[in-house]
Design a protein around this ligand. Sequence first.
Ligand SMILES: [Zn+2]
Length: 256
Amino acid sequence: MKCKICGKEAKIVKESVIRGKYEARYEKCSDCSFMFIENPTWLEEAYEKPINVSDTGYISRNVYLSKKTLLLFTSLFGRKNTYLDYAGGYGVLTRLMRDYGLDFRHHDKYTPNLFAQGFDYEDRENIEAISCFECFEHLLSPLEEIGDMFKISSNILFSTRLLPKEVPDDNWEYYGIEHGQHISFYSPETLKFLAKKFNKNLCSDGKNIHLLTEKKIPNWLFTLILLLSRLQLDLIIKKILISKTSSDSKYLASKI
Ligand SMILES: [Zn+2]
């Protein structure tokens, strides 16, 4: 099969049993090292519960990522712009970012918006940057879907765990073979190809957090900001910004 990212030849490198019953073949591109499942036939079943039941890290991951997003977006893209959490699940990150005081919108095609109601993204809103966490590995047609995101904004901050150089065995938990929702796996080379394809610059921590951006941001600065986000600077930034927790509540109450 052809690689879904660069179109070069991909070869089967691994077979596994997904959800305890489906045979899956993983193909890896000889050129950009993107790896994907050939023809995942179980997706409808896998998305009956869009947030899979074994995802116990859902809340702590959102809190962790909100601190990084706050520092990155305020320092690289400004504190007065509008942002979008794309494929934002239940809306937890959007709520956390608005609590900090950043104007975030929410978008998700598959999951009910529980925590960011009233702040759904509407077409043609001016979005400075998108956050898109734990989503790229779910994409069936990555080029098309990433292209759709770039129609909304020229800057995408995203998380997806990079594929190790050697194809890992089934013990690599990121395969998620028990739920079957992870079907696309990116290597550093894949991200470089994507940056070139969409004429963007790439920043990456080399592991899990990456930025495709129209801005020229040195990678050392990106990784430094990520490091600084461990220092609870979010509490200081929160003092500078004006939290939207209370104003959002009044706004939503006025609409009841
Ligand atoms: Zn490729």
